[in-house]
Design a protein around this ligand. Structure first.
Ligand SMILES: [Zn+2]
Length: 272
């Protein structure tokens, strides 16, 4: 059976790695929150097709806007954790990471009354010891492994083998990989986000069909700020990061609408 998995990483425009040098965590309280409107748009698009997905919500956002979490839950989507403060696992130690995931899990469970079983690492910076910590804290799956070594920010799994689109790492714990497209000898990142905005839409869709043919599972992700072409434009970041963050923001909404009507997406937990 083919499965199309849909995920939304719930963080606001100033919380992304590309802008981290301009907006350190201690400045977040002073920034304009634009996420409510952008999540509203995503919920409306998904609702129009009765599509459900998984929302990996940042603890910082859940604390600030508990009503938003409840709104996402009320619309029938899976609530999962994106950690608390969006700090890359490349800079956190295991102890700090444990605190970060425990805080976000408790927060989301208190708000929703449901167990939170899924996790996605900031910048896909997953690593073996983080999987150990997730298992210890009672998570049942991670979806952070972007097996695409060329990206400086992504993490990797070595002891844990996540060779399939969905891999059982232990008895009760799975890894749901972010999709890539095998093209000749290269792996092209094909999971969504900036790549969804970068590649021509029809080509992106063809790629999904190719992935489904070989793996039967496709895992897509997007961020609310990618729907927001009116977000504040920031100077003082590299041209490359500028491109990564702002490229084709005006196209996301129509492409996403089209994507949702082309494939029957489901929450990630349905692949376990
Ligand atoms: Zn994120």
């Amino acid at each position: 059976m083919n499965r199309y998995l849909l995920s939304v990483d719930v963080e606001d425009w100033f919380q992304v790695e590309n802008l981290r040098s301009i907006y350190p965590i201690n400045s977040w309280n002073n920034q304009e929150l634009r996420i409510r409107r952008n999540i509203g748009l995503i919920l409306e698009i998904l609702g129009s097709r009765n599509t459900k997905g998984t929302f990996f919500i940042l603890g910082w956002i859940a604390k600030k806007m508990p009503g938003l979490v409840k709104e996402i839950q009320a619309a029938g989507h899976e609530i999962a954790s994106h950690g608390t403060n969006h700090e890359s696992l490349k800079i956190l130690n295991k102890r700090a990471f444990e605190e970060d995931i425990a805080e976000s899990k408790t927060l989301l469970e208190d708000l929703t009354g449901n167990e939170v079983i899924g996790y996605r690492a900031p910048n896909f910076s997953i690593t073996d010891w983080a999987i150990d910590a997730l298992i210890e804290k009672g998570f049942r799956y991670d979806s952070s492994f972007f097996d695409f070594a060329k990206h400086d920010r992504y993490g990797s799994l070595k002891q844990y083998k996540a060779e399939n689109a969905v891999s059982r790492l232990t008895e009760n714990f799975h890894e749901i990989r972010i999709s890539y497209l095998q093209f000749m000898n290269s792996r092209l990142p094909w999971g969504g986000g900036g790549y969804f905005r970068l590649y021509p839409y029809q080509l992106f869709k063809l790629g999904i069909r190719k992935i489904i043919k070989s793996e039967s599972i496709y895992c897509f992700y997007i961020h609310p700020w990618e729907f927001d072409q009116s977000q504040p434009k920031v100077n003082g970041i590299s041209r490359f990061n500028r491109f990564r963050h702002y490229n084709n923001l005006d196209k996301t909404k129509d492409r996403f609408r089209n994507l949702i009507s082309s494939f029957d997406f489901e929450p990630l937990k349905s692949a376990l």
